[in-house]
Design a protein around this ligand. Structure first.
Ligand code: C2O
Ligand code: CU
Ligand code: CU
Length: 513
């Protein structure tokens, strides 16, 4: 139970020592001091000559996550993470990214429908000291997106160190809906990540071979870069924009008093209707906006529940025995409603209209097989993807744990794996031949899930998506229209969003031409 009485807590809060007010929170056996949830700064851009201008500087810094220790980190316009960028559908935006890292990077706008040459994939490297200028128009519905480093073979490491931030898109529809939308007050970004630390406070990134197989898991949760975070709602309803920005960990979000919440969006924007749930699973890169009711005034914790061994997304066979993943309950965010909550509007039931795309609109089905043959005789060398492919990834010892293949080959920046004709609607069928779940992500736009092993997706995934969980052994299909921006020279990526898998080869390139 909670160590401080609510009254003491409120008193501490009003003392106004931001970040230092520290009620005790007991979770299981461990007692932790709480820190006030950090809210990333909001950038709306400066309006000049008809476009909104944004400036990001990628820089090095230090952060204090652990008491008395400092952690070398990376950020945009700050020490860790970047500001939340807010765009409006139809806006022309102009973004300059100044690389002061002392190492190359790229910046990718995850989930945005933009031309390939401004997408920020691994071919669009920003050398250290250089500035990358991009202009594009926002051409999509309101939702929660993000940006992050996409440097070849280093995405996992750079994102781990801090190179990510949130993007919010608004449109006429979102402006009309009576939803909590006061950023930092009742519309709260939650960038959820797990991290692991060395004794000196530095991040401990890839250390052992299993880190490559499962992706890197951490034992500490950061939300917006805050350890043991606490938020004190001021309104009866709060909208949380949850972004799983972890390298590898999936979460099964729930409240520890079992309360229902309303899910209003998937990756690409609003669901047709708000859906009442008591738990919601998000794999790396997936987003959901939820609305939570605090009108009973009681403190509650947002937690992540274990993903059941019977879940279609749980690891199977050897992976299960070697690497238990997502089997613990984790505290994500402590919530302490203030007294005299301001009352919020009833959440509208109908949110948007989504025209279901029909299979008959597709001109073809393109097939992809995900595999991670493990070498060392454990599963055999598998399909050994023909001569050309294997050069990508980190090379050397990092590759010893196994290979990460799509259609038998690993990522090669010199090879365009697929060419899609602009304007075509296609079905992509992804078969997972491995023992663990892979969140499959496609650049260029949003798709609709058709089915997994023939079963239509649940309502929470029945909107637009850009990242699709595919459980071990499953075959999933989505349908997507490849509209606009023909460019035979510049590729978009498709890949597993477990960043260590991506970095070690589970990625491919396609053009829209
Ligand atoms: Cu989140 Cu290829 O990206
Ligand atoms: Cu992306
Ligand atoms: Cu994967």
């Amino acid at each position: 139970m909670l160590k401080l009485k609510r009254r003491d807590f409120i008193h501490t809060l009003s003392a106004g020592t931001a970040g230092l007010l520290l009620p005790l929170y007991t979770f299981g056996q461990s007692q932790q001091l709480l820190n006030e949830l950090k809210i990333p700064a909001l950038l709306d851009g400066e309006l000049r000559a008809g476009a909104r201008h944004f400036h990001l500087t990628a820089q090095t810094g230090t952060s204090s996550f652990l008491r008395g220790l400092s952690t070398p980190t990376l950020g945009f316009n700050g020490d860790f993470h970047g500001p939340t960028m807010r765009f409006r559908n139809g806006n022309d935006v102009s973004i300059s990214v100044d690389n002061q890292l002392g190492e190359p990077t790229t910046v990718h706008w995850h989930g945005l429908h933009v031309p390939a040459n401004v997408d920020g994939g691994p071919a669009q490297v920003i050398a250290t000291g250089d500035t990358w200028n991009v202009q594009f128009q926002i051409m999509q519905k309101a939702g929660t997106f993000w940006y992050h480093s996409h440097l070849m073979a280093k995405t996992g490491e750079q994102v781990y160190r801090g190179l990510s931030g949130m993007i919010i898109i608004d449109d006429d529809e979102s402006a009309e809906l009576d939803l909590p939308s006061d950023y930092g007050v009742d519309d709260i970004p939650l960038i959820v990540q797990d991290r692991r630390f060395n004794e000196d406070g530095s991040f401990r990134y890839v250390g052992m071979r299993r880190d490559l197989m499962t992706g890197v898991f951490g034992d500490r949760i950061l939300v917006n870069g805050t350890t043991s975070p606490m938020f004190a709602p001021r309104t009866t309803k709060v909208r949380f924009r949850i972004l799983n920005a972890s390298n590898a960990r999936s979460y099964n979000f729930a409240f520890d008093d079992g309360r229902e919440f309303e899910t209003i969006s998937s990756d690409g924007g609003f669901l047709r209707q708000a859906v009442k749930l008591t738990s919601l699973e998000l794999a790396p890169a997936e987003r959901a906006e939820i609305v939570v009711d605090f009108s009973n005034g009681r403190p509650v914790n947002l937690v992540s529940l274990p993903i059941a061994a019977s879940s279609p997304y749980a690891p199977q066979g050897m992976m299960r025995n070697m690497h238990p993943m997502n089997v613990e309950t984790l505290n994500i965010l402590s919530l302490w409603p203030q007294s005299n909550l301001e009352s919020s509007a009833v959440t509208p039931r109908d949110l948007t209209t989504i025209r279901p795309m029909n299979e008959s609109e597709a001109v073809r089905t393109r097939r992809f097989t995900l595999a991670m043959p493990m070498g060392m005789g454990m599963m055999g060398r598998g399909r050994g993807g023909g001569g050309a492919g294997g050069a990508g990834g980190a090379g050397g010892a990092m590759r010893m744990g196994g290979e990460f293949l799509i259609n038998g080959v690993s990522m090669d920046l010199g090879i365009i794996n697929e060419r899609v004709a602009v304007g075509d609607t296609e079905i992509w069928e992804i078969q997972n031949d491995s023992m663990m779940m892979h969140p499959f992500h496609v650049h260029h736009g949003q798709f609709q899930i058709l089915d997994r092993d023939g079963v239509a997706p649940p309502v929470t995934e029945a909107g637009f998506k850009d990242t699709l969980r595919i459980g071990p052994g499953q075959t999933a299909r989505f349908i997507m229209k490849f509209e606009n921006f023909p460019d035979p020279e510049t590729a978009y990526m498709y890949h597993c969003h477990i960043l260590e898998h991506e970095d070690n080869g589970m990625m491919g390139q396609f053009t829209v031409e």
